[in-house]
Ligand binder design. Structure first.
Ligand code: BGC
Length: 780
């Protein structure tokens, strides 16, 4: 591999399966013995599929798969899946938490192409990512690897990434399917989730990527879903994934997720990773021989492994190379795009009150905080990349300012340089450094040990020494900009009164340090927006009390009220809402037009966005749908679409899109399908979920879900039924029964309205045959 040349653009031939003749899947499959087919269904080692060799010739070559998701982690000798062994240098792009905050599908596609190029240049067939699990709780230790608390953002961004990667002729692995929303007990816990919640919250991001981008592989999760291990979950792996969504690729286990291999094959788990040392291959063979497993199922799984090999071969035959500098520059662009400016309040200064950012005088700053020198730019575990370069904010800022701006560490980090001084001495030095500086740039964030694959966080707080540093520094110089690093929500409300400017670069990858400086100096206008709510307190979060579960079960008790859906439903205050992010310019929204689409089911939405400020900037316009009257509880608003627009000062653009039937529907668990219940919907357009600028009501015809009347329908259901109501009233009046008049008495009616008519009728003395006749009439 040569690092410094660019790879020729992928041709159509690179991305399609090898033509018949070169590696004919069906011919190869037909030639394999049962033992050989079974051997294909598990790995050779940690990272390779098993080859089939016969008489010294290779019948089926082995291919390599490797992590993923925001950079290639191709381990050299010491293979493990814990991120411990060394891996080849690769560009560490921003983590999904940062990429997600860009809301930029075009950018994600370009990052995907770069990832694909590096994967291909390293002779790897499949990059193990992206992860589209929903951020159910900010405590999940692996949230940095996931995009959002919302399935539409997660699904759309991951679709773009998968498209980009696969355009280079290499594959992806969409993971972790499904309901893997915590690290605690992840290999055993049962995620107990009702079907509506699965369908509306936890599955749609997977569904979007599968139906729109056809990832080469999907990786099942470790956990159980409603009591059944995902690795042998027939409903998930076959009914939903293949039969309903039309998935054409291969299902691979998460590393070590297999429990019962034979049950897994039957359920649709094609490939077990890593190697089982041949043990489970033998179990598969024995099960077929004993008549417990249909050989056709082994054939189906082996065929998918062969198809994966076949589609990998063209790129493996032409690996190419990649441009390290260009990829670093892209990583920097992406990290800047994902940086979220949370706050930029005016602060008194010589020329009157003004926001601190962008920096007017980058040389007149004090840089504080060890994280400015020792960046945290990725998370621990299987996604850990060995970066080709690493930028820190301090060096980047000095370069941008053209001056040796002063620095003080203020606190220590385990991963930073040794410093024997006491915490008090470090704070004192920082306070002295801050005093008199035009602006203080204070870098705070979560130390590496606070979040990782493998375990969850215990709280949302910054370390106490960092908060103490902020307080001491702000007392000496209130012109403080806090720059946060961390892979998930951090509680800011205890201290943000001391930070008039606040931004987060998340875990921004190897160029995160220079990217955040681009935003501070205004070289880049911030355009990132939160894809997860920043709550006031852990106790306010949706899964609190139900996370991470107990006694082997985690109950998804909050149902569909995840993320902003929860805070909005409860009208709860938050620190910063979903979708929030400031810019150095301003945007106005207007001209909202909504009208039912031609098919009667969809809604066409059109509005304008204008850059009303003085800088070139990008705005993420968000479209939310609410269905205030429905048979089931619906969140007040749900994101259904978004558009990132690029506008010069004074420039205006029109965003036009169509909300589909599905965008307006909910999943009806009783009917087992998506239902568009007719009525009035609210379409809101905004700069965040709580900065809604435009709203319109649209009447949609939809379905009438009124169930047919029976004797067991309640009195109220009868009374409100267009046919049954008048019939019932007439029948009661005509009956002459002493109690008939009381039924609709305004005081009495509310007490009995919820009773089945059968019971009301029997108390009132109605004869069963009369009720039967009435019911018949009402239904005819
Ligand atoms: C992780 C996966 C990863 C795999 C291989 C597992 O522990 O959950 O995301 O792709 O290891 O490293």
């Amino acid at each position: 591999m040569t690092l410094d040349q660019t790879l020729p653009a992928a041709t159509a031939d690179d991305t399609i399966a090898q033509p018949a003749g070169a590696f004919d899947v069906e011919r190869v499959l037909a030639s394999l013995s049962l033992e050989e087919k079974a051997s294909l269904l598990s790995g050779l080692d940690f990272w390779h599929t098993q080859p089939v060799e016969r008489d010294g010739a290779t019948v089926v070559p082995s291919v390599m798969v490797t992590d993923g998701p925001h950079g290639l982690r191709k381990q050299d000798e010491s293979a493990d899946h814990l991120g411990l062994g060394n891996s080849v240098p690769a560009t560490c792009f921003p983590t999904a938490a940062a990429l997600g905050s860009s809301w930029d599908t075009d950018l994600l596609r370009r990052v995907g192409e770069a990832l694909g190029r590096e994967t291909r240049a390293n002779d790897v067939a499949v990059l193990l990512g992206p992860g589209v699990n929903i951020k159910r709780s900010p405590l999940c230790g692996r949230n940095f690897e996931y995009f959002s608390e919302d399935p539409v953002v997660a699904g759309d961004l991951a679709t773009a990434l998968v498209d980009g990667i696969q355009s280079l002729g290499v594959g992806t692995s969409l993971k972790h399917f499904a309901a893997n929303n915590q690290e605690a007990d992840r290999m055993r816990v049962s995620a107990d989730v009702d079907e509506r919640t699965l369908r509306e919250i936890y599955l749609p991001a997977f569904e979007r990527v599968v139906t729109r981008a056809q990832p080469w592989t999907v990786m099942c999760s470790y956990n159980k879903v409603n009591g059944v291990y995902a690795s042998q979950h027939d409903w998930l792996l076959t009914t939903v994934l293949r039969d309903e969504w039309g998935f054409e690729g291969l299902v691979v286990s998460d590393w070590g997720a297999v429990r019962d291999r034979v049950a897994g094959v039957a359920a649709g788990l094609d490939l077990e990773m890593p190697s089982s040392g041949g043990r489970t291959d033998a179990e598969v063979v024995a099960a077929v021989r004993a008549g417990a497993l249909d050989e056709a199922l082994v054939d189906a799984a082996a065929r998918r492994v062969l198809q994966l090999v076949a589609r990998s071969l063209p790129a493996l035959g032409a690996p190419g190379s990649f441009d390290v500098e260009a990829h670093h520059a892209l990583a920097r662009e992406a990290a800047a795009a994902g940086t979220v400016l949370l706050r930029n309040d005016p602060v008194d200064g010589p020329a009157g009150p003004a926001p601190l950012l962008p920096l007017r005088a980058p040389a007149d700053v004090a840089v504080l905080g060890e994280l400015a020198r020792t960046p945290r730019y990725q998370g621990a575990g299987s996604s850990q990349v060995n970066p080709t370069r690493l930028d820190d904010a301090l060096t980047a800022l000095r370069a941008a300012a053209g001056a040796d701006v002063p620095f003080a560490a203020g606190y220590t980090l385990d991963e930073g340089p040794d410093d024997d001084r006491s915490p008090e001495a470090l704070v004192a030095e920082a306070v002295e450094t801050a005093r008199g500086a035009g602006t203080v740039l204070l870098f705070l964030g979560l130390p590496a040990a606070y979040e990782s694959e493998g375990y969850d966080r215990e709280h949302l707080d910054l370390p106490a020494d960092q908060v103490a540093l902020l307080r001491a520094v702000a007392a000496a110089n209130p012109r403080v900009v806090v720059v946060l690093a961390g892979g998930s929500a951090i509680s800011v409300s205890p201290w943000q009164d001391a930070a008039p400017a606040l931004l987060t670069g998340w875990l921004g990858g190897q160029a995160g340090g220079s990217a955040v400086v681009d935003v501070l100096t205004g070289a880049v206008t911030p355009s990132g927006k939160l894809t997860e709510t920043l709550p006031l307190r852990l106790e306010d979060t949706p899964a609190f009390g139900n996370f991470p579960g107990e006694l082997g079960h985690v109950r998804y008790g909050e149902g569909v009220l995840v993320g902003y859906r929860w805070y909005d439903a409860r009208r709860a205050e938050v620190a910063y809402p979903f979708g929030h992010g400031l810019s150095y310019t301003t945007f106005a929204y207007g001209d909202l037009v909504t009208r039912p689409g031609r098919d009667g089911d969809s809604v066409e939405v059109r509005f304008s966005v204008t850059n009303t400020g003085t800088r070139l900037g990008q705005e993420v316009a968000q479209i939310y749908v609410g269905d205030p009257v429905a048979t089931v509880l619906r969140p007040p608003r749900e994101l259904k679409a978004f558009a990132k627009v690029d506008l010069h000062p004074g420039e205006s653009t029109t965003v036009a899109l169509t909300l589909s039937r599905r965008d307006l529907s909910y999943f009806h668990p009783g009917l087992g399908r998506w239902v568009l219940e007719g009525g009035q919907f609210v379409i809101e357009v905004g700069a965040s979920s709580r900065d809604l600028r435009l709203a319109a009501h649209v009447d949609v015809v939809g379905e009438d879900l009124t169930p047919p009347l029976t004797e067991w329908s309640t009195l109220e259901e009868w009374a409100e039924h267009p046919v049954g109501g008048p019939l019932l009233r007439g029948a009661l009046e005509a009956s002459g029964l002493p109690m008939a008049g009381a039924v609709f008495d305004p005081e009495f009616y509310p007490v009995i309205a919820g009773m089945p008519l059968l019971k009301v009728a029997s108390f009132a003395g109605v004869k069963p045959e009369d009720l039967e006749a009435l019911t018949e009439k009402a239904r005819s």
